[in-house]
Design a protein around this ligand. Structure first.
Ligand SMILES: Nc1ncnc2c1ncn2[C@@H]1O[C@H](COP(=O)(O)OP(=O)(O)O)[C@@H](O)[C@H]1O
Ligand SMILES: NC(=O)OP(=O)(O)O
Length: 314
């Protein structure tokens, strides 16, 4: 029987670290991802797609700042909304084309999604979320001095600008997502973690300057839409113990107890696999399966034949 599946797409599905952020490069990557996501729909599942925006929101913000002598710069939450629209456009178009090519039923709808965070989240005082392009350490230090940016190392891949990344508390508009799924749509939602907003005591929303981690927001989204499976698709086929060492060991079906133990032993790097495993463990703790696998093995992993699956307690 078909399952309700939330697919969280890693940044690599949109732009690889060594690629220039042209529209053509990004569209080509998204086209490949769309083919693989459509295969999940073809296999009979309900699909909600969510995605990162780290490179894109950083670049939009930089465009704003570099052009501010000519056009007023927009705040980060607005740049985040722009990135949702831009990436959502690529996803919606390429997914629709896949439905057409494969003569599949249904349609694709992209939602601009707001994610509520706490105004007093301590993350606002300590930027940790890497965005935009990569710099050398010397370039990063120069940008700190020149522009007042916070910068830091990103998972051993170079230096990037850092912005605050508060915890997502609530995804807005989940009722609409559920209704659209029932109408046979693939729904693209909560891109880039969602546009960060805070609510006042009357429930009125205001945007705030931050970028939410998409693995964390994808977890919230999965919980709120009552997903049967939470899938994180990235550029490795499995999660490994002793990753990158000669004795690395592929994880396939993992119990919650083992996953928690491996986490405590430090097998999953901060800023890359760490947040993915954290989100996967939290979802499985709620009683349903979480999967981390590569894009091209999504259908196989859903059938239990590929990827790393974190199994809930029976
Ligand atoms: N234990 C691990 N098992 C597998 N991959 C790991 C592990 N620890 C760190 N990684 C790294 O995590 C990367 C995926 O995280 P990331 O680059 O943030 O993905 P995405 O951009 O797809 O969200 C892999 O390419 C790999 O280099
Ligand atoms: N918002 C976010 O987490 O984006 P990336 O996954 O691209 O870093």
């Amino acid at each position: 029987m078909g399952k309700r599946v939330v697919i969280a797409l890693g940044g690599n599905a949109i732009l690889r670290p060594n690629q220039e952020a042209t529209y053509e490069n990004q569209l080509k990557n998204v086209e490949m991802s769309a083919e693989l996501i459509a295969a999940v729909k073809k296999a009979g599942h309900q699909v909600i797609v969510t995605h990162g925006n780290g490179p894109q929101v950083g670049n939009i913000l930089r465009q704003n700042e570099e052009a501010k002598a000519f056009v007023p710069a927009l705040p980060i939450d607005v740049c985040s909304a722009e990135s949702q629209g831009f990436i959502g456009y690529m996803m919606e178009q390429t997914l629709k084309n896949q439905l057409t090519k494969n003569q599949l039923s249904g349609n694709v709808v992209t939602l601009l999604t707001e994610t509520e965070v706490a105004a007093n989240d301590p993350a606002f005082n300590e930027p940790t979320k890497p965005i935009g392009v990569f710099f050398t350490e010397a370039e990063a230090k120069a940008l700190e001095a020149e522009k007042g940016w916070a910068t830091g190392e990103d998972a051993g891949r170079g230096y990037r600008r850092l912005v605050p990344s508060p915890q997502p508390m609530k995804i807005h508009g989940v009722e609409a997502i559920q209704a659209l799924l029932e109408l046979d749509n693939i729904v693209v939602s909560t891109g880039g973690g969602g546009i960060p907003v805070v609510a006042d005591q009357a429930g009125l929303l205001t945007g705030v300057e931050a970028v939410i981690d998409k693995d964390r927001s994808a977890l919230r989204l999965s919980e709120q839409v009552s997903a049967d499976v939470f899938m994180i698709l990235t550029d490795v086929p499995n999660v490994y113990l002793n990753f990158g060492k000669p004795d690395q060991l592929k994880l396939e079906a993992v119990s919650l107890a083992d996953a928690n133990r491996y986490m405590a032993e430090g097998h999953f790097a901060d800023g890359s696999m760490g947040p993915k495993m954290e989100a996967a463990i939290a979802f499985a703790t709620g009683g349903k399966e979480a999967i981390i696998c590569s894009l091209d093995e999504a259908v196989e992993a859903l059938a239990g034949n590929a990827g790393t699956r974190i199994l809930p307690n029976k």
